[in-house]
Design a protein. Sequence first.
Length: 119
Amino acid sequence: MTEYKLGEIESIFADMIWQEEPLTSRRLAELAEQKLNWKRTTTYTVLKRLCDRGLFQNQGGTVSSLVSRQEFYARQSEQFVEDTFQGSLPAFLAAFGSRKKLTEAELQEVQAIIDSMRG
């Protein structure tokens, strides 16, 4: 089962893969060295961890995702609402709205999402 939680650095690393995939593990190591100042061994260790968690695969030296970025963050959001608000989306929205006022455009966008879920 895929674990839908990543630390800050793992998120940056995963985003690098999602942005560039498919890519060779060698290219990934070069990117991680440039962006994260990682040694090749660190890149391969973190890549293996994320592959073991079912997010990515490294087949024949080519790295690609098993879970899309959109799917990952959707599942992560669902898990947050479940863990923090006992799965209640209305409770989440009430908490969010109490601290941040939405613009009219944002309210219309949320309403459009709700309307599409009804239909």
